[in-house]
Design a protein. Structure first.
Ligand code: AHM
Ligand code: MG
Length: 319
């Protein structure tokens, strides 16, 4: 009854001018997501929760599942035969995985978002932005420093009460659910558009005192208008807001003056998906997709969700 991911991708991307090869990249993400969701669900019993004892390039404690997810997706993306290079929130430098003319895509990812929630049975997920490599483009440290507007597709997965994968291209946004009976992703949420009515706001209220006055005013306005819903896994908060309407904000705070979230791995892919679904994303100063990246692991403030509410919130912040 529901179209499968491979049926959808064969009819929509395979052999097309703009997206040829994307079907293999997305299939690679789907394979990785299957393995990661199975590992996440089995982690407590397999004693695979907890930290590796390392600190990553972000200065954060590395969870065993962070490393597993990053390694898994680098491998499945490499096996797609269509990806030239991958950068990951968990790896300091870009990983080159292929260098033939068929390797046309560049992927930047947060392999397991919401890692503080892994050990406590709360939804987590993976976030990936997909760019095209120019013909014969050399892969150097700066090759992946491309603006969000140049993405051709973006994907996130949520490992929650079910496993979902949402794929946006420049044409549309499609939602697939993993069928646990046969391990196949099926198109359950075709042509996703963010609902017109904004129903909630998602932010870490505990940071309120560390916000500047304009941002405090904006949060107070949201507080008096909408319900608060905050999972603490960006991907899960974003997914709920995309399907039900809502705004997520992680502004600059005293503790994280540049913002906490990562431009290349979290903000750009989700901003691309939000815009393709009729929403918007801003850093409070500019459109996320227009930010000129200076470094791979750059952080930024993120205000994302229903377009009118994002615009209103940014205008209040700015006063
Ligand atoms: P992570 O990529 O290391 O998991 O960190 C990002 C996470 C987001 O998923 C979430 O929105 C945010 O950090 C929560 O931060 P806080 O605990 O400060 O509210
Ligand atoms: Mg993250």
């Amino acid at each position: 009854m529901f179209q499968t991911l491979s049926e959808y991708s064969a009819s929509s991307w395979k052999g097309s001018n703009e997206y040829d090869g994307l079907e293999a990249v997305v299939a690679g993400i789907a394979d990785g997501a299957q393995l990661i969701q199975a590992k996440v669900r089995a982690a407590v019993l397999a004693q695979a929760v907890g930290t590796t004892g390392e600190i990553n390039v972000q200065g954060e404690v590395v969870q065993i599942l962070d490393t597993f997810s990053s390694d898994t997706l680098v491998r499945t993306l490499s096996e797609s035969g269509r990806v030239a290079a991958v950068s990951s929130e968990e790896i300091e430098e870009t990983v080159v995985v292929g260098d033939s003319p068929a390797h046309q895509y560049l992927v930047q990812m947060d392999p397991l978002d919401g890692s503080s929630n892994i050990d406590v049975a709360i939804s987590v997920g993976s976030i990936l932005g997909i760019w095209k490599r120019q013909a014969d483009e050399m892969i150097t440290d700066s090759t992946l420093l491309k603006k969000g507007t140049e993405q051709v597709a973006a994907v996130y997965t949520v490992y929650g009460s079910c496993t979902m994968m949402v794929v946006a291209t420049r044409e549309n946004v499609q939602g697939f659910t993993l069928d646990p009976t046969d391990g196949i992703f099926r198109l359950t949420n075709p042509d996703i558009r963010i609902p017109e009515k904004n129903s909630c706001y998602s932010t870490n209220e505990g940071n309120f005192k560390g916000l500047d006055l304009g941002t405090q005013k904006a949060v107070e306005e949201l507080r008096s208008t909408y319900s608060l819903r905050y999972v603490g896994s960006l991907v899960a908060d974003f997914h709920r807001n995309l399907l039900k309407g809502g705004i997520f904000l992680y502004p600059s705070t005293k503790k994280s003056p540049e913002g906490k979230l990562r431009l290349m791995y979290e903000a750009n892919p989700l901003a691309f998906i939000a815009e393709q679904a009729g929403g918007a994303a801003s850093s409070g100063k500019e459109r996320i997709l227009d930010i000129e990246p200076k470094k791979l692991h750059q952080r930024c403030a993120l205000i994302i969700g229903n377009k009118d509410v994002v615009e209103r919130t940014v205008s209040v912040m700015d006063r």
